[in-house]
Write a protein of this length. Structure first.
Length: 95
């Protein structure tokens, strides 16, 4: 598994909708890029110039919304992940 550094986190994106609200099936090329996913791993936090580390606001297991074009997509085996900076996280979905 990947271990994120600094203020980065690893997210497993949720699958994009395969149907529209009207029931029309969408091909892969027409699907929206996912903006929601589950946090799989987090780094230690942001390192300041003073040497102090600011802890992460998000936790492993939380579901988040993130910036549409934020992060870097990686594939490990058959699984897709997104590596984001904490600044790319827009909101945590509370259950």
């Amino acid at each position: 598994m990947l271990k994120p550094l600094g203020d980065r986190l690893i997210v497993k994106p949720t699958e994009a909708e395969e149907k529209t609200a009207g029931g029309i099936l969408l091909p892969d090329t027409a699907k929206e890029k996912p903006q929601q996913g589950e946090v799989i791993a987090i780094g230690p936090g942001k390192l300041l110039d003073s040497g102090k580390t600011i802890p992460m606001d998000v936790k492993v297991g939380e579901t988040i919304y993130y910036a549409k074009y934020g992060g870097t997509e990686v594939k490990i085996g058959a699984d897709d992940y997104v590596i984001l900076r904490q600044d790319d996280v827009l909101a945590v979905i509370e259950k």
